[in-house]
Design a protein around this ligand. Structure first.
Ligand SMILES: [Zn+2]
Ligand SMILES: [Zn+2]
Length: 371
């Protein structure tokens, strides 16, 4: 039993003609053969969609279906059959000769989008940077200036289409013969062809070229963020508009800082005696060295927050913080003198040395949740 047609089209039972058409076009766009090469599922789904549209867009068939369902349609003589012709033919039968591009307003002339990546340091991400990016993109041929002819040779009327740029193609589809207009395969729709094609671009008017561009990266950018440079991509036709350049920014891992949104986290090793005695130590920040106060009795995993020493915000506003996680370092080796001192120190310890009552959970939080 076929699925419910309203369900297939994703519309309510009271949908009007316009809604049905709109929904059909939207779903068909996703299933277009060019978007789904070698995907038999897309073809099957398109057939199902086409059948639903065939019925619901026709007043009589829809009335029949509403009253009697699929059986009513069969009884009324409607029998969908989309098994002849190719998927492309079938699609064209619905959307006419221009196919996908014409149907959805995406002309051949639309530009060629280009994606490129760049790696920067954390400092550059913090301060903003100007980077050079290189990428290959199609540009207008310099030899023929895009007209595809060897300089000084004429451009003549295309014999195949008689200068129309278009050809009539008859294809057999499940709905009978459909005449459609297609772009001329010789002149590619231009109606004119060079008598002697340009040897640089073989008549295409386009060549692939490496381009270098300087791009400003804003301060505060995050790893993996994409910058779109409108109109800085390539072209798909010599007279067409350029596409966009998409620059993905990757930030190299930094040895000193881990980033947490706008905040940075670093670890400060403190000799265990100084953690007990207290000290002023120096810590690396993005703006250079900065003094931090280690209060006497500082515990492992305690955090000192340096306000606004983190990353700037992309859209402005207060900078993030630098969180300094204190790591008291236990000496791994002791000489005899030190061992004696520590033994004497250890013997001197009493309950009063650990005055603060801290629950096991509080200790776990301090030690585990910071990383
Ligand atoms: Zn050329
Ligand atoms: Zn032609």
């Amino acid at each position: 039993m076929p699925r419910d047609y309203y369900e297939v089209l994703g519309v309510g039972r009271d949908a009007d003609e316009g809604q049905i058409k709109k929904s059909f076009r939207r779903l068909a766009r996703e299933l277009h053969p060019d978007q789904n090469p070698d995907n038999p599922e897309a073809e099957d789904r398109f057939k199902e969609l086409a059948e639903a549209y065939e019925v619901l867009s026709d007043r009589d068939r829809r009335r029949l279906y509403d009253s009697y369902g699929h059986d009513g349609l069969r009884g009324g003589g409607y029998s969908p059959n989309f098994d002849g012709g190719s998927f492309s033919d079938l699609f064209s039968a619905f959307f006419g000769g221009g196919g996908f591009d014409a149907a959805f307003g995406r002309g051949r002339a639309a530009g060629a989008d280009v994606a490129v990546g760049v790696d920067i340091d954390l400092e550059e991400a913090a301060e903003g940077a100007s980077v050079e990016v290189s990428f290959d993109a199609p540009v207008r041929c310099h030899t023929c200036n895009g007209n595809g002819a060897t300089p000084g040779t004429p451009i003549v009327t295309c014999e195949r289409c008689g200068g129309q740029g278009r050809l009539q193609a008859i294809s057999r589809t499940p709905f009978g013969q459909v005449a459609r207009t297609i772009a001329c395969d010789v002149c590619d729709g231009a109606g004119r062809v060079p008598e002697e094609p340009c040897t640089t671009c073989r008549g295409a008017g386009l060549v692939q070229e490496t381009q270098t561009l300087s791009v400003d990266i804003p301060a505060g950018i995050e790893d993996g963020q994409r910058i779109r440079l409108s109109g800085r991509g390539g072209i798909n036709s010599p007279s067409g508009p350029p596409g966009d350049l998409y620059l993905t920014v990757r930030i190299r891992p930094d040895e000193r800082f881990v980033r947490d949104g706008d905040h940075l986290i670093t670890v400060l090793d403190v000799p265990f005696a100084l953690a007990a005695l207290g000290a002023t130590l120096s810590v690396d920040t993005l703006d250079g060295e900065h003094d931090v106060e280690i209060v006497p009795g500082t515990q492992s995993g305690e955090v000192i927050t340096l306000r606004e020493k983190g990353m700037p915000r992309l859209r402005g506003g207060r900078r993030g913080d630098l969180r300094v996680v204190v790591n008291p370092v236990t000496p791994r080796k002791l000489d005899r003198k030190q061992r004696e001192l520590l033994e004497r120190f250890s013997e001197s310890l009493h309950d009063g040395n650990d005055a603060a009552e801290e629950s096991m959970l509080a200790k776990l939080r301090r030690l585990v949740s910071r990383a």
